[in-house]
Ligand binder design. Sequence first.
Ligand code: PLP
Length: 411
Amino acid sequence: MKHKINYNWKLSTQALKAGEDNKIVDSHITPIFATASFGFPNVDIGRKRFSGEETGFIYSRLANPTVNVSEKKIAILEGAMLLDKGVFVEGHAFATGMGCISTVIMALTNAGDTIIATNPLYGGTDYFLDGIMKRFNVNTQHIDTSGEKGAERVKEAITSKSSLIFLESPINPNLIICDIEEICKIGKEKHIPIVVDNTFATPVLQKPLELGADISLHSSTKYLNGHGTSVSGILASRLTGSEREKLIFVKKNLGATQSPFDAFLVSNGMKTLPLRMKEHCKNAQAVAEYLEEHPKIETVFYPGLTSHPQHTLAKKQMKAFGGMVSVELKGGIDAGIILMNNLEVFNLTVSLGCIDSLISHPASMSHAKIPTDVRIKIGISDGLVRISVGLEDIDDLIEDLSRGLHKVSNK
Ligand code: PLP
C-alpha cells in the first residue's frame, strides 16, 4: 500500500496520508519496528550504508522506519506549501521536546556565541540555556519579543556574537504573541537562524516555516500526540548545507532520538490533530469568555479575546487561537489553590495539549526554579493558573469552573 503525497491536499488529509508509505510489510498502520539494528546482506553493503553511498537502515539511534513516518508527517504538516514550491523541508524526531531543543541549540551555537530568546520561555528551555549552555560560554539575552515592537527590540539586541534567535509564540505560560514574520525578516537580514517553538499553536494554527523561520519545533508530548501517552519532540527544518549537517550530526551523536514506540503514538496522534485543534479552540474561546466575565477573576490571558494585548497580531498570524488559557484570580494564589483543589472535570497535572482538560500552577510547578523576582518580572505571577482546555462538553467544563470558583471566598 503506497500513498503518493499531494501537497495540495487539505491539512486533515495530509495528516492521515503523509509518511504512510510502508513498503516493507504493506500493513495498513505503520508497525512499531522494535529493533536496535538492521542487518546488512553482506559486508560491502554495510560499508556503503555507513559511507552514505547506499541508503538503508543501520541502527535505530540513527534512523528507524517507524520514526521516519513521524518525521515525514511533521515535514508535510509544517511545510507542504514550501515543499510544493520545491523548497527543502525535512523532519527530525526526538526522545523529548527538551531533547529536540537541546539538539537544535547545540547544533547552531559555538562557545562565545549569544542567543536571543523570548522572555519568558518554557521553564525547561530557560534552565537549559541559563543552567547548561552558559557553562559552555553560550549566553542568552532574554528580550521582550512581544507584539509590534518585538522585531525592533530584536534588531537592537543583535551583535556580532548573535548566532541564534529562539522564539516561542504563544509563549508558555502567559500566551504572549511574537510577530514571527517580522522577527524572521530581521534574522534573514543578519543571516541568523530563527527557531520557533510551535508547541502551543501546532501547524494547524500557525506555520512558522512559511513565515520565514528555519526550524519549527515541538514538544510532541503535547498536542501532536494529544493523548498524554508518551513524551517526545519533533521539528521541521529548512536548514541546508553545513547547518543541516551540524543538526544531523548532533542529533545522531547526542542521541536524544525518538523511540519507535513514541513515534507510533505521535504519528497516530497527528492523524487527528486538525480535528482536535478545531474543538480545542472552540472550547478554549468559550472558557476564556466565561472566565473574563466572572467576578472572581482578575485577568484572563487568551489570544482570542479582544482584551489580549496582541489579539490583532494573533489574528494575522494564526488560524485560530489555541487551547491554552491562563488566568489570575482576584484572591491571588490562595484563591487559585482553592479553585484547583475543587475541580472535578479538570485534572490537576502539568503538561498540556491533551484530549482532556488539565490545570496547573506554573509558579510552583513548571517555572518553580526561576527566581521569584525574575519570574514576576516576566509576567508569571504567583497567582497565575494555566488551563489546557480539552474536548469535554463545554457545558461540563463551565459548570466545573463555576462550582470551583463558587468555593473561592469573595474577599
Ligand atoms: N516547549 C514547550 C512550549 C513546552 O511546554 C514544553 C514542555 O512542557 C517543552 C518545550 C519541553 O517538552 P518535553 O517536556 O516534551 O521535553
